[in-house]
Design a protein. Structure first.
Length: 198
């Protein structure tokens, strides 16, 4: 059987801040992205996570919100109603940016955990641009990656259970770009980490 020719993967750490548990009834208020590195047949090469970044604050798409969820981000919905970027514009700009930073590579969104961020990001991309530069399944969950390498059940994993050397020295601020950069460093550390042996 012939070997499958695969393009390198370009990993992009993405963090989103939203005002509720699901997209549609609730809004993604901001999102940040940072290129974490590239993986090809030779292995993984980390990138400087501050070099290639993207950040937008969005106009809310509904009147509904969960006060506790909104409080986490510290964002002001009234200000975003006036000053936030229209989702169609922001997501189109983001898709263009992804294509620009990933020539000759397949972009993969990575997050910690990816499920919440991917749900909002993918929904917004499809809803407002009609397509995703990541395809329908181009996401990698750092929590699962760690659980697999550490040989732990997924539900036993939290950042507090990880070896200190894997964690970024940056603070988790709940500003989407800050957190995307922090998580890009975590991702690079996880990719270099050999894991726990039996």
């Amino acid at each position: 059987m012939a070997a499958r020719c695969v393009e390198p993967s370009l990993y992009i750490s993405v963090d989103i801040e939203a005002d509720g548990p699901i997209p549609g009834p609730y809004s993604m208020l901001s999102f940040g992205a940072a290129v974490a590195g590239t993986q090809d047949a030779e292995g993984f090469t980390a990138a400087d996570p501050e070099k290639l970044t993207f950040y937008r604050e969005l106009r809310p798409i509904s009147e509904e919100f969960v006060p506790e969820a909104l409080a986490v981000s510290g964002l002001d919905r009234d200000r975003l109603r006036r000053e936030g970027v229209e989702p169609t514009t922001a997501l189109s700009e983001f898709a263009d940016w992804v294509r620009e930073v990933a020539p000759g590579a397949q972009p993969v969104m990575c997050g910690y955990p990816a499920s919440y961020d991917w749900m909002f990001l993918y929904w917004y991309l499809i809803r407002f641009t009609g397509a995703s530069p990541f395809g329908h399944s181009g996401c990698l969950d750092m929590k699962t990656l760690y659980a697999t390498k550490a040989r732990l059940p997924l539900r036993a994993v939290a950042k507090g259970t990880m070896p200190r050397e894997l964690l970024s020295r940056r603070r988790h601020t709940h500003h989407a770009l800050d957190d995307a950069i922090e998580q890009a460093e975590l991702f690079a550390n996880l990719m270099a980490w050999p894991g726990n042996s039996q």
